[in-house]
Design a protein around this ligand. Sequence first.
Ligand code: ZN
Length: 141
Amino acid sequence: MTLSFIRAAHEAPAAPGAYVLLVRLAHPLEVAAGRRHATLAPGRYLYCGSAKGPGGLRARLARHMRRGKRRRWHIDQLTESGESQGAWITLAASECDLVAALGALPVPLDGFGSSDCPRCRSHLLYWPAGEAPAFLAAQKC
Ligand SMILES: [Zn+2]
């Protein structure tokens, strides 16, 4: 699986695909997923999602990277409080494939972004300080 890294949404194609969004939190953040709550420590988080609607990856990533949106998805809690720093994108995999490829990373909150997913504990992963996850380090930036 090969991914490309983009820093701004306009670099992504207006085509369907999946992505790993990188969000950095400067401060602790209380988040909810259904009835579950957790306080996320400052640091880097990776959110795996897919974009299948009009405008594809470009429109979806533009929404994630824009502030002041109406909150609709779990991930909006992070993108409104933290800084979206870019995304790895692919036209050839699903968000669940991306979660599986990143599988060794810690899950900050069960069910986050994955309430409709039978396969993943969470679509949000925590990137501990230090080395890049092997799967992302292997991608071209
Ligand atoms: Zn999944």
